[in-house]
Ligand binder design. Structure first.
Ligand code: NDP
Length: 496
């Protein structure tokens, strides 16, 4: 359970900053970070802002009606898109007339029974993978990282066990052994995609209900936070912040070990399936394998930086994070792979120059994504006196900025205005989106379904950017306005 003494570390008060704020003096001004300076507690002003942020003030995501629509609509959408892709070659099927509505629904239901029934094999696959990942998370060696000071815990930090890297390598070896011995052949994942998706949806809904009940009744994961009082809305946003199982932080586990491992395994399954069907593997299929592999590897090699993100220190563990990570990410971001395993390569393959362009675009955007995320996390860790560079593969130049420029805020935190962060306030989103676009493009442009990830991700990132900037504006006040003047652009320097 969260909050146990062994998992918490107390912060030392930031005397200088507190004193300045208490005297009414502004601590604003630019400067250079010293890698050994600890950031410690926010100022008194900052603590008041943090308290405000931890109180429910307004609804997000369209309020109770909006989140109810999402909780019903997302699973239905996943079934619909799967049916179109699996049974109709990506055509967006619909009733042909009013009279056809009932027969149409009957056809949809028949497809679900035929291809998405939650078989024992599907349960074994999904829960087996989850159990293996949980076992690895529990026992594998790794590094320990202190998270950011959590306002609702009196600015104590939680300790995160970061062992995703060895777990990831072990998963790769295990997947290879199981495939080559015939105990679990990789193509079986794709062949049972619909059934495993149903199990994932059921598991996501069940886990979010269990976590919700435990958080409300026994404060599992900490005291309920930012509660609106409307049960359905609080269920979607989450009740508590940091549920843990032994040494495993469930939120970090759900964000890294479930979605990206499974998404990579679906890509690998697609590669093997295509090889066994065609006798060769297309570049497009390899692109999906490389892209999902790079993403998973980035999560594993930079896992110690994830506690510095707002998902960890601000977002609660509710339906939104649980369902989307357990079911949404792995079973929707893989649509190009599903399409390619079932379609003639002539419908999506590119000429050589197209493949080269795809590869160069993916690698360039990955580089910016990886190093920008790493620069900001390293900066935050430097302020906490927590920065310990890790030698995980691949080591990239400019992963941290030496003596970076920053803005000192009245809150006590510093805002980086150097490295990639001097060019745009969400440069990581731009790079991440370009990666997503190349994933979608691998399957060509025959059906809108394979473009799902980039269209959905565009909506997620623009909405998430709005939520984050609103949160920062409330937290930093005038300093945020100053920061936005210095770093003018949101996504693309000179354009937007
Ligand atoms: P982060 O936590 O990394 O960044 C936002 C926070 O960083 C802000 O709330 C603020 O927190 C702090 N911050 C903002 N600007 C600065 C600055 N200049 N200097 C110092 N601190 C700053 O979360 P992101 O939303 O950026 O997401 C992380 C990654 O996850 C992104 O690359 C995103 O694309 C990816 N992602 C992927 C998804 C997927 O489905 N593939 C879904 C969602 C995200 P503070 O209060 O500490 O100042």
């Amino acid at each position: 359970m969260s909050g146990s003494a062994s998992n918490l570390r107390e912060r030392k008060p930031n005397g200088a900053a507190n004193g300045a704020a208490a005297n009414g003096a502004s601590t604003n001004g630019n400067g250079n970070a010293d890698s050994t300076v600890a950031v410690n507690m926010p100022t008194i002003y900052g603590q008041a802002m943090d308290k405000k942020l931890d109180t429910h003030e307004s609804y997000e995501f369209g309020g109770p009606a909006g989140v109810t629509a999402m909780m019903i609509g997302f699973p239905l959408m996943m079934y619909y898109l799967w049916i179109c892709l699996w049974y109709y070659d990506g055509a967006m099927v619909h009733p042909t007339s009013v009279d056809d509505i009932v027969p149409f629904l009957q056809r949809m239901w028949a497809h679900c029974l035929d291809g998405a029934y939650p078989t024992a094999f599907a349960w074994g696959t999904y829960l087996g993978l989850g159990a293996i990942q949980l076992f690895f998370a529990w026992v594998m060696p790794g590094v320990y990282q202190n998270g950011l000071p959590v306002p609702s815990l009196g600015y104590k930090t939680l300790v995160y066990k970061c062992n995703a890297l060895y777990s990831w390598y072990a998963t790769l070896v295990l997947a290879g052994v199981l495939h080559y011995t015939g105990i679990y052949r990789l193509p079986w994942i794709i062949e049972n995609y619909g059934s495993i998706m149903t199990v994932a949806i059921a598991s996501g809904v069940t886990v979010s209900a269990v976590i919700d009940i435990l958080a409300r009744t026994c404060h599992y994961g900490g005291a309920p936070l930012r509660m609106s009082g409307v049960a359905v809305y609080d269920h979607f946003m989450g009740v508590s912040l940091n549920p843990r199982l032994g040494p495993v932080d469930l939120k970090m586990f759900a964000e890294v070990r479930v979605p990206w491992v499974l998404l990579f395994l679906i890509s690998l399954s697609g590669v093997v399936k295509q090889y066994e069907t065609l006798g060769y593997v297309t570049y497009n299929m390899c692109h999906m394998l490389l892209a999902t592999g790079l993403y998973m590897n980035a999560c594993a090699k930079g896992e110690q930086m994830i506690p510095q993100t707002w998902d960890m220190f601000h977002e609660k563990f509710g339906w939104m994070l649980i369902f989307w990570n357990m079911a949404g990410v792995p079973f929707t971001y893989c649509y190009p792979t599903i399409y390619m395993t079932r379609s003639d390569p002539a419908t999506y393959e590119f000429p050589l120059w197209g493949n080269v362009l795809m590869l160069v675009t993916l690698l360039t955007s990955y580089y910016i994504f990886d190093t920008s995320m790493s620069q900001k996390s390293a900066f935050k860790m430097q302020q906490q006196g927590e920065y310990k560079p890790r030698k995980a593969f691949p080591q990239l130049p400019w992963a941290a900025v030496t003596n970076p420029k920053f803005i000192q805020t009245k809150h006590g935190n510093k805002l980086l205005i150097d490295g990639w962060w001097q060019y745009a306030r969400k440069v990581n989103y731009t790079a991440d989106f370009i990666q997503a676009f190349t994933w979608s493009a691998t399957a060509g442009f025959n059906t809108p379904i394979t473009m799902f990830y980039s269209v959905f991700f565009f909506a997620v990132l623009t909405h998430r950017c709005g939520r984050d900037f609103e949160k920062c504006a409330r937290k930093y006040g005038d300093d945020w306005v100053e920061y936005c003047k210095i770093v003018k652009w949101r996504f693309i320097p000179g354009i937007y």
